[in-house]
Write a new protein. Structure first.
Lengths: 389, 389
């Protein structure tokens, strides 16, 4: 077991309110941190740092927990820039373009999908992301849904079975048949490769009864529940998420007062996807309203080739501050500890003793610069499980 | 004289409408390009490429002209993240914070200013920018205004004397005295280091009569005219820009129909600064209205520590598409050829024979990806004056 002292930290954001300034970000100034193997072994003021085997001097940089990107669709082939261009010219986003990606993904090999996913994971890592959830949902048949999850498992333990992304073309006349398949053979085959089940519960995707069937089946197969809800229109998504005690309900663009109250009274995290709102030209989800009601909020990229071809959590933070009413502190918390909560994880998204040593150093004296300097490559180095790279 | 053939270009954006598809972007597919020393010597379909000394294969990447960032304030010291944070919490942007940067800049050495500018220029270059205009305006006394321009001259020939940025604190009771200084000793000392004169003509900065005096003096000293106008409120900026046949009037958030008509009937470029609108939480300038009226539009970063700490032209393009009503093609044109027009330059912002070989290769098959994948590091390599780096 080797120990490394990381010193020269101008501002250490721990996301542990029992530390430092006592704010939700638990900020320690002139800080140091000790990594032992994969974990954080000590945090505090540099003056009081213990002796260690080796040292790294960050020369006045800020350090934050690695980002927890709790909503991505990273395993796909092809791209949809033409669809995006037409949307920028005024065409609405309906989710209909998902079929394009399904066709390209089905046609791709395991190796091709794996290599492409790897390149996106590397882009994310370069921007400070150290935990990534990955959904299936571009296979929509048994063989390809499980293939996608197998690729995803090479990169994360946070894999999500999203057979219920949309109804594939071959089942256009037989919705019930597709839901049977999702709840039956597809679930049975995919469950060993997934931690979560997810349903796109919205106009043009799955309705309340279908969502209820699929979530029940997934829960019965031992999967945790999460949900795409209330993106395109107001619908039953948030209500179902609360009813099923989901870890998270994602998008949340169209919420009634009852939805917000139900979320606030529950442990369900509201995951906001600023990149999707940016790239679909939607009205941004109202993060301020959720936070003011006491809801736990996460921010994720939603990285996918249709509605959000975005790998940068710093950009999502900047958009959440500019457009969703989050303070810079709330946005950083949502992108780290919030994401961890949306995945029911205590070991990531914070930098206190016992957590994984997943951290990012910024070429800046404060985390504020993440949104103050949007579009910059501010992450100078990151560590995952104590390993730099 | 060595010649290099750049091949494997899936899509070559020349910004020369006499080439390729005949659109304003002049796109050539399956293209190649020959660089001879600093210049473009040949462009066309790869099939017809001439023999050269050496070859570079871009393996299917798109190539665009290097970005022309025609409005920056790159030479400064200090940062203003606290001011930015208060603005995100609702405080308005008034330009008042400029004094903070003036104090920090006056306190900095030539070497420190130069090193900081260099780091920003490198960040910009990594994002594909090959021509940068740099303004003074954080010195506001003779010694420091000229010092800033000397630093700027190490990085660009496009230097702009902006002694008329705001009235410095020591002249708060003597506006006329400061305008005398700007038009007198300061201009005389700075003019040899500047190509342009600029005035921040807006509420809280300089009024119509002052602007007129300063621009006249600058023109008399042989400088070209450009103007900050109509950012914070409707004012005389655009009208004066047209009257003085300025190369560009920058910001353009508050325009009357008369302003738009006057711009359309003139050769003045309207330079939009999406990063400033993003970071000041302003209503975005209406690019669509200007383009529909026939005005030439440029996009620039406005990089400065107060209202737009942004170095990424791709982010500005994405914002212009999302928020200003530009098509992806119009936004790319504005960030290349538009910027060149705003600087009265024919040798940059386009990739046709005779122009400088300033180009950027993208890790993507089409320029569309610049805004389709915001926040990504899409520029894989760039060349300036024919030299990669």
């Amino acid at each position: 077991m080797t120990s490394t002292l990381v010193t020269g930290i101008s501002e250490l954001v721990t996301c542990d309110p029992t530390l430092g300034d006592g704010s939700p970000l638990g900020i320690v100034h002139k800080a140091a941190l000790v990594i032992e193997d994969e974990r954080v072994a000590w945090v505090g003021e540099a003056l009081h740092a213990p002796a260690t085997d080796t040292q790294t001097d960050l020369e006045g940089r800020a350090v934050i927990p690695g980002f927890v990107d709790s909503h991505t669709h990273l395993v796909f082939a092809g791209e949809r820039s033409a669809e995006w261009e037409s949307r920028m010219a005024g065409a609405p986003y309906t989710g209909g373009g998902i079929a394009t990606t399904v066709a390209a993904t089905r046609a791709a090999s395991f190796e091709k999908l794996r290599a492409h996913t790897q390149s996106l994971v590397e882009q994310m890592r370069a921007q400070g992301t150290t935990t990534i959830e990955i959904k299936s949902g571009y296979g929509l048949d048994v063989v390809h849904e499980v293939l996608i999850l197998e690729v995803a498992r090479d990169f994360t333990r946070e894999t999500t079975f999203l057979g219920a992304h949309v109804i594939p073309a071959e089942y256009a006349g037989d919705r019930e048949g597709y839901v049977d398949l999702v709840c039956g053979e597809m679930l049975q085959t995919c469950a060993p490769f997934a931690r979560w089940i997810d349903v796109f519960c919205d106009t043009g995707a799955f309705d309340e009864a279908e969502t209820r069937r699929i979530l029940s089946a997934g829960r019965g197969a031992g999967l945790g529940v999460r949900l795409h809800g209330n993106q395109l229109e107001h619908g039953p998504g948030v209500r179902l998420a609360v009813e099923f005690a989901a870890a998270s309900v994602d998008h949340c663009n169209h919420l009634s007062d009852e939805d917000v109250e139900a979320l606030a009274a529950s442990d369900v995290v509201a995951t906001l996807l600023p990149g999707a709102d940016f790239s679909t030209r939607a009205a941004y989800a109202n993060g301020r309203r959720l936070l003011d009601a006491g809801v736990t909020v996460a921010i994720a990229t939603d990285c996918n080739p249709g509605s959000a071809y975005i790998t940068s959590m710093p950009l999502c933070i900047a958009l959440a501050v500019r457009e969703m009413g989050l303070t810079p502190a709330e946005a950083l918390y949502a992108a780290t500890r919030g994401g961890a909560r949306a995945l029911h994880r205590e070991d990531v998204g914070r930098l206190s003793v016992g957590a994984y040593a997943d951290l990012a150093a910024l070429d800046a004296p404060s985390y504020l610069h993440l949104a103050y300097r949007p579009g910059s490559q501010l992450v100078s180095q990151s560590w995952r499980r104590g390993t730099p790279g």
